[in-house]
Design a protein around this ligand. Structure first.
Ligand SMILES: Nc1nc2c(ncn2[C@@H]2O[C@H](COP(=O)(O)OP(=O)(O)OP(=O)(O)O)[C@@H](O)[C@H]2O)c(=O)[nH]1
Length: 326
């Protein structure tokens, strides 16, 4: 079955509208750091270079990074020079377009194809990013979409990680393939793949460790898992998904770059956009990495993770639920 996973059909996503409202309310706690009090910075409503510079500074402060921030406003400077930015409304719609131009290319839903055997999603990311929680939320969505799911407890470094996954599996009646702590994760995931194939399971969600003695050790372990899977099926893992904590700001970008260089990521899920994160990191990911952003997370419940929709995200950046410009 080939299926677009998490497609943007609102009628099939009862939580979608509520999610957009929650995103606006939770991103930067409902304030729009980007446009907050901007009207007061434009005396007489006249747009000048200072206003655009202020927007650029705010983007940098919100984790977009210097290069990305300057790319977002580059078009605005040109429009100002052409005297096109007549008032704050025109400026806002030009800024929105600029955000969309950057974000839209990474809005790419995950397509599940299990015709030739299990579709493997290898979940990677450092401990605490929200990997296990994301596996649970993804499994829930897949089950709701009618897929069969199996979990592989590939984080054998921490016994608690295996237990966490087993509890989740029992609660949702999803099989979990696990071995004792310290087992070779590539062997666990190999066994899981064989089991999933013989049971004709649609999707295998493989957890991995987020912390080893050193970073090279972690990357070597993940590369080995990928190699072992590819020997079983050249296309596997069909998705290598990085789970990234938005609260890390620009460090999240550095983290993503390292995982991408070692593994070749095919998707990113950004979690914890409801915390202290300002959310500009999504712009940096789109601009610097161009890796599809599959889902964003704004809380702990299953409904708090939804497919990334660039327009909704740009709107939340521009107008929080308590935005002064609304
Ligand atoms: N506020 C908030 N918390 C989240 C989100 N996603 C996950 N969490 C929480 O973050 C914490 C860490 O999540 P885990 O799923 O255990 O993280 P992990 O990456 O698997 O870490 P280990 O289990 O230590 O490997 C948990 O308390 C989650 O409930 C989110 O989008 N928002």
């Amino acid at each position: 079955m080939v299926q677009v996973f998490g497609k943007k059909d609102k009628s099939k996503q009862p939580g979608k509208t509520g999610f957009v409202a929650r995103l606006r309310a939770r991103l930067n706690r409902g304030d729009s750091w980007l446009t907050y009090d901007l009207a007061n910075l434009v005396p007489g409503g006249k747009i000048d270079e200072d206003v655009i510079d202020e927007l650029e500074t705010r983007l940098v402060m919100a984790d977009a990074g210097v290069d990305t921030a300057s790319r977002v406003v580059a078009g605005l400077h040109k429009q100002l020079a052409r005297k096109e930015l007549k008032d704050i409304d025109v400026l806002m719609s030009a800024l929105r377009q600029s955000l969309l131009d950057m974000l839209q290319p990474v809005e790419q839903v995950l397509k599940i194809d299990s015709q030739e055997g299990p579709f493997v999603i290898l979940m990677v990311g450092v401990n605490g990013a929200g990997k296990t929680t994301t596996i649970g939320k993804l499994a829930r969505r897949l089950l709701d979409d009618g897929h069969t799911v199996m979990l592989a407890a590939g984080d054998t470094f921490r016994a608690a990680a295996v237990e966490q996954l087993q509890v989740w599996g029992e609660r949702n009646k999803v099989p979990v393939v696990a071995q004792q702590a310290g087992a070779d994760p590539a062997a666990v995931i190999f066994d899981a793949y064989e089991s999933a194939r013989s049971k004709k399971i649609d999707v295998l969600l493989a957890d991995t460790a987020g912390r080893l003695q050193n970073q090279q050790g972690l990357m070597d372990e993940l590369s080995k898992i990928k190699r072992v899977l590819q020997r079983q099926c050249p296309e596997a893992p069909q998705e290598i998904m990085l789970v990234l904590d938005a609260g890390l700001g620009q460090n999240a970008l550095a983290q993503a770059e390292k995982f991408h260089a070692a593994l070749g990521l095919t998707g990113i899920t950004v979690t914890k956009l409801d915390g202290s994160a300002k959310g500009g990191i999504l712009l940096a990911i789109a601009d610097k990495l161009a890796i599809p952003v599959r889902f964003i997370g704004i809380g702990e419940s299953a409904d708090d993770m939804q497919p990334f929709v660039a327009a909704d995200y740009a709107d939340a950046l521009l107008q929080g639920s308590r935005s002064a410009t609304e």
